[in-house]
Design a protein around this ligand. Structure first.
Ligand SMILES: NC(=O)c1ccc[n+]([C@@H]2O[C@H](COP(=O)([O-])OP(=O)(O)OC[C@H]3O[C@@H](n4cnc5c(N)ncnc54)[C@H](OP(=O)(O)O)[C@@H]3O)[C@@H](O)[C@H]2O)c1
Length: 259
């Protein structure tokens, strides 16, 4: 049976770059996002350039029912997923009293619920085969929750905690679960307000391709979690060694508009 690496959020940014890198390694892909025209174009380009099989699915993963139906479709088409990359996600910036509840619920459904659904369903198949890899895209904010990114930070704290716990549970099952933790990455993820913050102006965003390279390495050969870049690794450790009152000030400063 043909095997595939499934990437959610493959139409842009980190997911798009990971799809390019994996295709160049002649690995069959299942690419998922909402932007069907981009997926179609990727399918045509990657399959003809690398002579691989690329399937694409337009799914709104903020709809948990659609996520479950998508899994069923992969079963109907007998697509064996050897590796799952839960990459699709979005964030928002602003005072929690003013941000959109509807948008935040979509964020929770996409960043948490669908990631958990796909992990459970594909991990069960992988465990039955005693083989498989799952990489969840967390964030530097999993370690460093920032004010004005409240719901987004909390979703990414979930992703890291969830990945680490199930990685331990599945350690002897043949299924490897990892978490990729990028810092700021140059992608369309950032809203104009995010781009004005100190966090984005003091810490130069990494190119999506560099983060994707770290992701592909972690997915194919790694274990545990990977904070991408030395600066980000250093920052991720700050909360462990810094008094919380000082951390609060640092975090507030990072999340504030450029001073
Ligand atoms: N950029 C950063 O600084 C940064 C830092 C740390 C972690 N991350 C994480 O990295 C991951 C990728 O982000 P990125 O920076 O590459 O952002 P991006 O360029 O905006 O890409 C996000 C991807 O997710 C897909 N997506 C968004 N909403 C979706 C939905 N409802 N259903 C299905 N797919 C959806 C988008 O495709 P469609 O719009 O076509 O659906 C797109 O392919 C996210 O989980 C993000 O939280 C990003």
């Amino acid at each position: 049976m043909k095997e595939y690496i499934l990437i959610t959020g493959a139409s842009s940014g980190i997911g798009y770059e990971m799809a390019q890198l994996l295709a160049a390694k002649k690995i069959n892909l299942i690419i998922v996002a909402r932007s069907i025209h981009i997926l179609q174009k990727m399918q045509m380009e990657l399959s003809s350039k690398y002579n691989i099989d690329v399937k694409y699915f337009q799914v709104d993963l903020s709809d948990v029912k659609a996520t479950q139906e998508f899994y069923e479709v992969t079963k109907v088409h007998e697509l064996q997923v050897s590796h799952l990359v839960n990459n699709a996600g979005f964030g928002d910036y602003g005072s929690f009293l003013e941000t959109s509840l509807e948008k935040e619920l979509d964020m929770v459904h996409l960043n948490i619920s669908s990631l958990m659904i796909l992990t459970k369903l594909f991990a069960q198949d992988m465990a039955a085969r005693k083989s498989g890899k799952i990489m969840n895209v967390a964030s530097l904010l999993s370690f460093l929750p920032l004010p004005y990114y409240s719901v987004y930070s909390a979703t990414k704290a979930f992703v890291l905690a969830f990945s680490e716990t199930i990685a331990t549970e599945l350690a002897d099952s043949g299924v490897v679960v990892t978490a990729l933790c990028p810092g700021t990455v140059e992608t369309p993820f950032h809203t104009p307000d995010m781009r004005k913050t100190n966090a984005m102006n003091t810490n130069k965003p990494m190119p999506a391709k560099d983060v994707a390279e770290a992701g592909v390495k972690l997915l194919l050969h790694g274990k545990g979690k990977k904070v991408v870049g030395f600066n980000n690794w250093f920052i991720s450790n700050l909360p462990r060694v810094t008094p919380s009152s000082i951390m609060m000030k640092i975090k507030k400063n990072l999340a504030s508009p450029k001073s």
